[in-house]
Write a protein that binds this ligand. Sequence first.
Ligand SMILES: [Zn+2]
Length: 183
Amino acid sequence: MSGQPKDLRGTGLESADFKKGRVFTEYYVPKLQYAWDTGEAIGRYLAELKNGRLIARRCNRCKRNLIPPRMFCERCFRTTDDWVFVQDTGKVNTFSLCYVSWDVQRLKVPEIPAVIEIDGAFPGAGIMHKLGNVKPKDVRVGMRVRAVWKPAAERTGSITDIKYFEPMKDSKRKQAAGKAKRK
Ligand SMILES: [Zn+2]
């Protein structure tokens, strides 16, 4: 903390106060080993990612394919019915140009987290991932994209088995044609 706030009660502390033992402190290395049960829906979802496929759960009443898959339809208040494979293509629903890394370092080249509406899932349903192989200024909502997968031997059953989503070439062409028309 730099300086003492004048109008706040209490005692301001600086890093040096802790290092020099002016304040009671306790140091330890926590043992943070834990197990996480993925559950039925996400377990299958992750296993299929390792196979290079996207899988959803279908609710036969509202006829929606849910991705990421869930065993329960929150609209119909009932158990979902079937597993269905969906495409590894889709369109950008929303995105962000992120110039700050996860550990708060400034980035010159932004990360582009995006929600991808997956082809075959119900409209508006999407998964969070990131975009790659695209210039930040070229990213658009509605842009058609496809998954770029890691090689099979490197996949671990994780969402990062997809490296990123990249624009589909025909999408680029259509965009260029669209721009030409608007001019
Ligand atoms: Zn439903």
